[in-house]
Design a protein around this ligand. Structure first.
Ligand SMILES: O=C(O)CCC(=O)C(=O)O
Ligand SMILES: [Fe+2]
Length: 200
C-alpha cells in the first residue's frame, strides 16, 4: 500500500522553480498609496542605514520613516501580511514565522542623489539574518519621477520591477537588488520583510 501523500504546495505543483520576482499589480489603490505618503510625510525622518547599520552615501541615499511609529497605519500592516501570505502560498513556500521589523517608507529624492546600490537584505543582525521574503510597494505615481527603478538580479539577468503605483513586488531577501539613481522627482516606496528560520 502506498503511504499517504500530502498535497503539494501550489508552487511545487507548478514545477518547483523559485519565483525570482512576484508582481501583484493594484495591490493598493492610488488613494491608499497617497494616504500612506501623506501620513508618513509629517513623521520625523531618519537617514537610511544599511543592513549592517552603517551609513555610506555611495551605497544608499534615502530618508526613512518606520510606519509602526505613525498613527493609523494598522490597516497597512494587515494588508501587507495578507499579500505575503498569498504570495508565499502560491510562489515561494518558504518557512515564514513572523514580521519582526516595522515596515519602512523610503523617500528617494533626485535633488539629493537618491539611490540604493546592489545589495541583499540578509545581514549580520539578529533580525536581518532571518529575513526570508522582501516586499516592496510602489507608493508614487510612476510618471512623477524618472530613474529610481527597483531591479532584482536572481541570476545573470536583471529584472526590473513593475513601477505602477500600488504594485507590490515580492522576492527572496537573499537576492541581489538595487534602486537605480533617481534623476528627476521623488520616489516613495514601502518595504517590509517576513522572517523565518534559516534555509536548509
Ligand atoms: O525602495 C525600494 O524599492 C527597495 C528598498 C530596499 O531594497 C530595502 O529597503 O532594502
Ligand atoms: Fe533591499
Amino acid at each position: 500500500m502506498r503511504p499517504p501523500t500530502l498535497p503539494l504546495p501550489q508552487c511545487l505543483e507548478r514545477g518547483g522553480a523559485v519565483t525570482p520576482l512576484h508582481a501583484m499589480p493594484n495591490a493598493f489603490s492610488v488613494v491608499e498609496c497617497e494616504r500612506i505618503i501623506a501620513s508618513t510625510a509629517l513623521a520625523p525622518k531618519d537617514e537610511a542605514l544599511l543592513v549592517g547599520q552603517t551609513r555610506d552615501h555611495n551605497q544608499r541615499r534615502a530618508e526613512l520613516v518606520w510606519i509602526d511609529q505613525v498613527d493609523g497605519m494598522g490597516w497597512v500592516m494587515e494588508r501587507l501580511i495578507d499579500f505575503v501570505r498569498i504570495s508565499n502560498r502560491e510562489r515561494f513556500d518558504f518557512d515564514l514565522r513572523d514580521f519582526a521589523e516595522s515596515p519602512q517608507v523610503a523617500t528617494y529624492d533626485a535633488a539629493s542623489g537618491g539611490h540604493f546600490a546592489w545589495h541583499s537584505d540578509i545581514g549580520d543582525g539578529r533580525l536581518a539574518r532571518q529575513r526570508k521574503l522582501t516586499l516592496v510597494l510602489q507608493l508614487s505615481n510612476s510618471k512623477s519621477y524618472e530613474g529610481g527603478d527597483l531591479q532584482v538580479m536572481p541570476s545573470a539577468n536583471i529584472l526590473t520591477a513593475n513601477r505602477e503605483q500600488g504594485c507590490v513586488s515580492i522576492f527572496p531577501s537573499f537576492s541581489l537588488h538595487q534602486v537605480t539613481p533617481i534623476t528627476h522627482g521623488i520616489r516613495h516606496s514601502l518595504t517590509v520583510w517576513s522572517h523565518g528560520p534559516s534555509f536548509r
